[in-house]
Write a new protein. Structure first.
Length: 272
C-alpha cells in the first residue's frame, strides 16, 4: 500500500492555480491531505505577465482529485482578509480541520516602476493575512500543525536589480523570514511549526515568460546580476523539486523543525 503520511489532514494553499502552488497541492494530495486551494484568478495592473486563471485552478482540481484527495477551491485575494477567511471556512466546513498552511501566493513584477506597493501587499502582507486567518482554527484544534512560507533565494541574499519591482520583491521575501521567525516562537506553545523555503529559479509561468526573461537579460547587461546562478550544474529547477521539500517539512519526519530558512536552490545562496 502506498505510504500516505498526511492521511486525514487538510492543507490550505494560496496561489494554487498553477506553478509552485499547484505542485504543492498535488504533492500533498498524493501524500493523503485534502486541499483548500485559493487563487486570485485575475490580473494585477503592475504585473506584466499573465497571472493564473479560473481554468488553471480547475486543472489543479483535476490533478488533486486524480491524486486521490478531495479539494475545495475559492477565488480569493491574499490582500483581502475577507476572501481568504471565507475560503478557509469553506474548507474547514467541508473537511472538519486545518493542519497545514503553505503561503505561496506571490508576484514578480520586476521591471514595473509602480510595482513596489503591489509586490509588498501580495508577497508580504498577503502572507501575514494567510497566517492570521489560519491560526485560530489550528490553535483551537489543539493538535499542532505546520506552516510553510514560500520565500526565495532573494529572501536570503541581495539578489535583484535597481528596478522598483525587483527591490520590492527582495524586500518582501526578506520580510517573510522575519514573519517566519516570530510566528515560529508565537505558535510553538501550540505545537505549530513555522518554516520558510527559499528556491532559486523555478520553471513556472512567473519566471518563464517574455517579460521576466527580458528583465534577466537587462539586469545582466547592467552588471547587476552579481554572482547570479546556481552552484550545482542546473540552470533552473522544477516545481516538483520544491514540493518535495515542502512535503517533508509539513510531515512528521520534520516534527521538531521550526524557525528554519530552508534553501532549495542548487547552492545559489551559498555562492554569495
Amino acid at each position: 500500500m502506498m505510504d500516505r503520511p498526511l492521511e486525514g489532514k487538510t492543507a490550505f494553499i494560496t496561489g494554487a492555480a498553477r506553478g509552485q502552488g499547484r505542485a504543492y497541492a498535488v504533492r500533498l494530495a498524493a501524500d493523503g491531505a485534502n486541499i483548500i486551494a485559493v487563487d486570485l484568478c485575475g490580473q494585477i495592473a503592475s504585473v506584466p505577465y499573465p497571472l493564473g486563471t479560473a481554468a488553471d485552478l480547475a486543472e489543479t482540481v483535476k490533478l488533486v482529485e486524480e491524486a486521490g484527495a478531495r479539494i475545495v477551491t475559492r477565488q480569493g485575494d491574499v490582500r483581502d482578509r475577507a476572501s481568504l477567511s471565507a475560503a478557509v471556512q469553506a474548507g474547514v466546513d467541508e473537511f472538519g480541520r486545518l493542519d497545514i498552511v503553505v503561503a505561496n501566493a506571490g508576484i514578480a513584477p520586476m521591471q514595473s516602476a509602480d510595482a513596489w506597493h503591489d509586490v509588498i501587499d501580495v508577497n508580504l502582507t498577503g502572507v501575514y493575512h494567510t497566517i492570521e486567518i489560519a491560526k485560530p482554527t489550528m490553535i483551537e484544534q489543539g493538535s499542532g500543525g505546520a506552516i510553510v512560507l514560500i520565500s526565495s533565494a532573494a529572501g536570503l541574499a541581495g539578489i535583484g536589480s535597481s528596478d522598483a519591482g525587483s527591490i520590492g520583491y527582495t524586500a518582501a521575501k526578506h520580510g517573510l523570514v522575519g514573519l517566519m521567525r516570530l510566528y515560529a516562537n508565537l505558535l510553538a506553545p501550540h505545537n505549530i511549526r513555522v518554516n520558510s523555503v527559499h528556491p532559486s529559479g523555478v520553471d513556472t509561468p512567473m519566471i518563464n515568460n517574455e517579460f521576466t526573461r527580458q528583465w534577466l537579460t537587462e539586469m545582466t547587461a547592467r552588471g547587476e546580476a552579481h554572482g547570479a546562478g546556481n552552484a550545482l550544474p542546473v540552470q533552473i529547477m522544477q516545481a516538483d523539486d520544491i514540493a518535495d521539500a515542502v512535503a517533508w517539512l509539513v510531515s512528521d519526519q520534520a516534527r521538531y523543525i521550526t524557525g528554519v530558512t530552508l534553501p532549495v536552490d542548487a547552492g545559489c545562496v551559498n555562492r554569495r
